[in-house]
Design a protein around this ligand. Structure first.
Ligand code: F6P
Length: 531
């Protein structure tokens, strides 16, 4: 049976067709347009140790009912069951997306074996105090999750020096290797496909660097984590130094695999096992919590209202925790690579706006960078505020101020400032009446900006793992609602193919190809310049 027929056998047309064609969508849209921001009503959800406060999202009983009907029409329970059972949920690549298996408390034998191998590798390295430096080479999903975990838990203290090399820009690998002692350096090459140009080329540079320093067998200092052990072997990596991941793990979910070897070496294996446990707890919550208390589902629904009903084009992330700076690019990749799609499962135009642009920066830096735009710009954006109730430093006043800023920004975005209160405020300046009125108009805040507040009791591996799984499942549910495939990335693949052709032309080893006028101009110019 071909893939499309198989999809139609499992799902009703209502789960695969454009959202706009469903009567349930019409009801949801009407309810979303009418639902107020209920400033006075508290809406809290507890999930795997986290608290999600949705009080600053549009809500109503009618919207809740319409949401349940829409989830039913989209066959959400069937999709969720398939996801968590490791069945095919990525039809264009004919694959499962079973990242939940990687963090399962009762993993299948292969997964348990790789986890065990990773722990033993780290144990040995610690016992012999081997590898003072780690150079982690990988890009996208093979990079951001590890960067996030290492910066979150190594901000004050790292067991080893860690450098991340992702970009094809030679300066990245030059800087990544600079100043390290090659004899004490482990090169970790993380690539699910083992065919990503950036990773392979940077990996080669690192191996040359080892060789150039007189190391006879550089592969004793190279570890590969990949779903293509055959390719790593061809490169020269020994079987003991190859850790497996599987075809059913999407690239952007690979941090739950042995790709986290670098995390374990840098900040300890407990961070890795703790994150797995936290994510597994969120998987259980996602599988079991009723819809109205299900944090990923409710986040997905309010995101749908904000994007497809109210028309917000972006989602701002504001972690009020400096250690979570890398949460922004991590979720950016997860969300935008997953939901940057405009065709439904059935192959038709999505018909509504799908995934928003995701951007952000930790508070309070963000307040002095772009919050003005959020407060008084013409577009605005919903914000996910993320905060830890307790800090891990010894200065309670810093933490109180941080949390005060978080709550204040959120309240200002929600409640705004009316002309009347701006007038009262401006009168205190004792200007003339015309100036007072003129100035007050500049101080008005529209307010009414929706936001989530996600509270972690404290930043621990468990709470960070739960937070990441919360976002993963939110994105999955939005894929189900929009009827798009959140697990492929054909746009990225197209860019890779074009770059390969142009690179051949620049190197003089390929044909110039058929390009637009500007691309042709620069291909000719740079080709003659570099030859
Ligand atoms: O950007 C596309 C992508 O396939 C991501 O999904 C992935 O994380 C990244 O490239 C790296 O891929 P790989 O792990 O196969 O090198």
């Amino acid at each position: 049976m071909d893939r499309l027929s198989a999809l139609h056998t499992t799902f009703n047309p209502s789960a695969l067709e454009p959202l706009a064609t469903l009567p349930e969508w019409a009801l949801f849209k009407t309810a979303g347009q009418a639902a107020p921001l209920q400033v006075s009503q508290l809406r809290l959800i507890q999930a795997a140790g986290l608290t999600l406060d949705q009080s600053a999202q549009h809500a109503s009983t009618a919207l809740d009912q319409a949401a349940e009907a829409l989830l039913h029409a989209r066959q959400f329970p069937v999709w969720r069951e398939r996801l968590l059972a490791g069945q095919m949920v990525n039809p264009t690549e004919d694959r499962a997306a079973w990242h939940s298996q990687l963090r399962s408390n009762h993993p299948v034998a292969d997964v348990a074996c790789e986890r065990e191998r990773l722990l033993r590798f780290v144990e040995r390295a610690n016992r012999d105090y081997r590898w003072h430096n780690i150079v982690h080479i990988g890009i996208g999903g093979s990079d951001w999750g590890v960067r996030l975990a290492v910066s979150a838990f190594g901000y004050a203290n790292m067991r080893r020096t860690v450098r991340f090399v992702a970009n094809i820009d030679g300066h990245a690998v030059q800087g990544g290797l600079a100043g390290l002692d090659p004899r004490n350096t482990l090169i970790v090459v993380a690539s699910k496909s083992f065919s990503t140009a950036e990773t392979l080329q940077n990996g080669q540079r690192a191996i040359e660097w080892l060789r150039a320093s007189g190391i006879a067998n550089p592969f004793e200092q190279v570890v590969a984590i990949t779903a293509r052990p055959d390719k790593a072997r061809e490169w020269g990596v020994s079987d003991q130094h190859i850790f497996r991941l599987w075809d059913w793990v999407g690239g952007r979910f690979s941090m739950w695999s042995a790709v986290s070897l670098t995390t374990a070496l840098a900040v300890g294996p407990d961070v890795v096992t703790g994150m797995l446990a936290g994510a597994a707890a969120m998987d259980d919550h996602f599988a079991q919590a009723p819809i109205h208390q299900n944090a990923p589902v409710q986040m997905a629904l309010s995101g749908l209202v904000n994007r497809s009903v109210l028309g917000y084009g972006s989602l701002n992330l504001a972690p009020y925790d400096f250690r979570l700076a890398n949460l922004v690019p991590y979720v950016q990749q997860l969300d935008m690579e997953s939901l940057g799609k405009s065709v439904t499962h059935s192959g038709q135009p999505a018909g509504v706006h799908t995934g928003p642009a995701v951007w952000g920066m930790p508070g309070t830096d963000a307040q002095h960078t772009f919050f003005q735009w959020l407060h008084q710009g013409t577009d605005g954006a919903p914000v996910d505020f993320i905060a830890c109730q307790h800090a891990d430093h010894g200065w309670p006043d810093h933490h109180r101020r941080l949390l005060a800023n978080c709550l204040a920004q959120r309240e200002a975005l929600l409640r705004g400032k009316s002309l009347d209160s701006a007038l009262t405020e401006s009168r205190a300046d004792e200007l003339g009446e015309d100036d007072t009125r003129w100035l007050a108009k500049h101080k008005v805040h529209a307010g009414g900006r929706p936001s989530n507040l996600i509270v972690l009791p404290r930043l621990t591996p468990e709470t960070l793992g739960a937070l990441l799984a919360l976002y993963e499942h939110k994105i999955f549910v939005q894929g189900v609602l929009w009827g798009i495939n959140p697990f492929d990335q054909w746009g990225v693949e197209y860019g890779k193919v074009l770059a390969k052709g142009i690179q051949g032309a620049l190197a003089g080893t390929g044909v110039h190809g058929d390009h637009d006028a500007s691309t042709s101009h620069w291909v000719h110019r740079w080709a003659s310049h570099t030859q």
